[in-house]
Design a protein around this ligand. Structure first.
Ligand code: ATP
Ligand code: MG
Length: 268
């Protein structure tokens, strides 16, 4: 069954677009799913840039304005990883339109990911209306945590299931909030922990998602683990050190435990 997941936060720059691009690439490239990524950040779209689509002739705005059929706005990055880019030339959107468009596309894709705007207005509302589930992206600092708690509250008020939190740009510094603190304050399970990693901006510059550009890096492996859990499949980290850790029965981390519950379908 096709599923549409909105990737949200109500703070800018936390990593929604990077997460959308890489989770999408993991689902398509590692697990062979038919994946569509949609840039629903209407006022500051940049998902296309991650895939080398800089000035798309046809974009989501044209679709939502009924200027073109949605098929014309779909760009093929690979055979099974497709993108609907946005445009900087925007006008007011009807938040209900995206939902209709996604409904139409569901029969062609296993997973549709919506890259959201951070603005708590009609832009994020359109994603919340179109998505079956949400992933909230956050960073380990107080200002981001407070907006994350608010995003969770809004989603819960609207009864949209939250798959979990992806904690991005972790540097393991003493001043950062701990995983336990973030989980407790937000009351949402952490399902991915992505380190601050230069391979992320490097991949954007190369217009190749990190998952494909640096497949054994921490961000890539974590994204593949999350993709596997969403699909209720397994993914074994192929790197030597994690394999040795597993061999010596080192306790799994919180995200690992939560992903296992997600894989088994008992997390939320
Ligand atoms: N794990 C990471 N390590 C290093 N840099 C990162 C990481 N994640 C994201 N970035 C960088 O942070 C910047 C913002 O990321 P991104 O565009 O994904 O955030 P966003 O939440 O989509 O922002 P916006 O709210 O403006 O849409 C980008 O330049 C990206 O390269
Ligand atoms: Mg973005």
């Amino acid at each position: 069954m096709s599923k549409c997941i909105g990737i949200i936060s109500i703070k800018g720059g936390v990593g929604k677009t990077s997460c959308t691009a890489n989770l999408g690439a993991a689902l398509a490239n590692e697990f062979g799913k038919n994946v569509l990524l949609v840039d629903a950040n209407y006022s500051a779209p940049n998902l296309g840039i991650h895939f080398g689509i800089t000035q798309p002739e046809v974009n989501l705005h044209d679709v939502l304005r009924n200027k073109v059929d949605v098929g014309e706005a779909i760009y093929e990055y690979t055979e099974n990883l497709h993108i609907v880019p946005g445009s900087l030339l925007n006008d007011k959107i009807n938040p209900y339109k995206l939902r209709q468009t996604i409904k139409q596309l569901k029969k062609y894709y296993d997973i549709i990911l919506l890259d959201s705007s951070p603005n708590l207005n009609d832009e994020i509302k359109s994603v919340m209306l179109a998505a079956d589930e949400l992933i909230v992206v956050t960073n380990p600092d107080y200002p981001t945590l407070s907006t994350t708690m608010h995003a969770v509250k809004v989603a819960r008020t609207k009864n949209i299931p939250i798959v979990g939190l992806v904690l991005n740009r972790v540097r393991n510094k003493s001043f950062e909030l701990s995983i336990e603190e973030i989980e407790k304050a937000s009351s949402v399970p952490i399902i991915g922990i992505l380190s601050e990693d230069i391979s992320v901006p490097m991949s954007i510059a190369n217009t190749v998602p990190t998952v494909m550009n640096n497949p054994l890096g921490n961000v890539s492996v974590e994204m593949k683990k999350l993709a596997a859990a969403i699909l209720h499949e397994n993914y074994a980290d192929p790197r030597l050190l994690p394999r040795l850790r597993r061999l010596f029965n080192k306790e799994p981390g919180i995200a690992e435990v939560n992903r296992d519950l997600l894989r088994k379908g008992v997390l939320y």
